[in-house]
Design a protein around this ligand. Structure first.
Ligand code: KG4
Ligand code: ZN
Length: 352
């Protein structure tokens, strides 16, 4: 990939907050080079991401990914106008690898450094597919590590959290339910596949935080821990009774419960706030039922739905470069070189 020379800034983005080492070059809102290494296979036998394993994998992959992205973009590292890096939230040790690498590059190449928020970067990924983000927009982020409902008034500087999960992330619930059903990690894609042959109405699993009382206190929050426990109990009861577990029906009914509550609250946020654009991102966005239900409910409510291609929904360096590029184009000052990796960086801190 290569790009014509324009006035738009060329930004290098580095992502290392969880189990993906992502490096990318973005010119304005155009992705020109992208490289990604994942340590997901190394975590499979543990059934979840092991932070130390992830950090070591980032160390091993960082330089090869910088070289690969650079070759794909047809640019040298010192061609860039700025360097952007995820500085939080995420796994502390994993973040540190990306932040230290970005600082080293910024110092050696004498380029401005932008520490960016991982959640805002997820939202910003979509500019690479669909152009400038309508503002304000509501954004729903659903992955193995996060489930957040956000209102974005300015992608580079004004992101507010409406709600988030109070326990498990949606993807985490998928991974745990998959384990109970004897499906491999990460469980989401396997449950999705199994669900295609099942009946989503077969089992009435609970919808977390949707009772009238919960809607007062946790209007835009999510909870998937009760749902996960309900599935586990249901499956165990079947096994105790010596009856076969209808994996497809459990998968379909569980997925339906997740998609129902995710889309219901996201659409409610749009209608109550009078915002007519919804954007969805994060690895769980690959889910068939979530996509279909989001499309249906948005169409019914007159809301425009934006969903980037799946490769941009999961963790990647392109979204970080895209957000850095927005900051450069708005003329925002760079971050301090003493920028820390902050595992619990609040959503509202778009730039660290
Ligand atoms: O965004 P992501 O790649 O990584 C982070 O967690 O940040 O999301 C991974 C999560 C995993 O929990 C995985 O099980 C889930 O996304 N996932 C899915 C599907 N594909 C991936 N969940 C439901 N349906 C899918 N098709
Ligand atoms: Zn993420």
């Amino acid at each position: 990939m290569s790009d014509a020379t324009t006035d738009e800034p060329l930004v290098l983005g580095i992502e290392s907050s969880c189990d993906e080492t992502g490096v990318a070059f973005v010119r304005g809102t155009t992705l020109v080079g992208d490289a990604l290494a994942s340590s997901v296979d190394e975590h499979a036998r543990f059934g979840g991401v092991v932070p130390e394993v992830a950090s070591r994998a980032h160390l091993e992959s960082m330089i090869p990914m910088l070289e690969r992205a650079s070759a794909e973009a047809g640019h040298r590292l010192d061609d860039v106008d700025a360097i952007a890096v995820t500085s939080g939230p995420g796994l502390a040790g994993a973040l540190m690898v990306g932040v230290a690498s970005a600082k080293a590059l910024a110092l050696c190449l004498d380029k401005p450094l932008y520490g960016v928020n991982h959640l805002a970067a997820h939202v910003c990924a979509d500019v690479l597919d669909h152009g400038p983000l309508p503002e304000p927009t509501v954004a729903l982020l659903v992955s193995g590590g996060h489930t957040n409902l956000l209102v974005v008034r300015d992608i580079a500087s004004d992101v507010e959290e409406l709600g988030s999960t109070i326990d498990d992330a949606a993807g985490e619930a998928y991974d745990k339910v998959a384990r109970v059903l004897g499906l491999p990690y990460p469980g989401g894609p396997h449950i999705d596949r199994a669900a295609r042959d099942g009946d989503p109405e077969a089992i009435a699993f609970p919808r977390g935080l949707t009772s009238r009382k919960d809607m007062e206190r946790h209007r835009f929050d999510y909870s998937f821990s009760g749902l996960k426990t309900a599935v586990v109990r249901w499956v165990e009861a079947r096994e105790r009774a010596g009856e076969p577990v209808p994996v497809a029906d459990v998968a379909a009914s569980f997925s339906h419960a997740v998609a129902d509550v995710l889309t219901r609250k996201a659409v409610l946020a749009c209608t109550e706030l009078g915002i007519s654009d919804l954007q969805i991102g994060g690895g769980v966005t690959a889910n068939t039922q979530l996509r279909e239900l989001a499309e249906k409910r948005c169409a019914e409510a007159g809301i425009r739905l934006r969903v980037p291609r799946i490769r941009l929904c999961t963790d990647n360096g392109a979204m970080v470069a895209a957000l850095g590029s927005q900051m450069v184009m708005r003329g925002l000052p760079p971050s301090d070189l003493a920028l820390p990796a902050d595992s619990s960086l609040p959503v509202a801190s778009v730039q660290a």
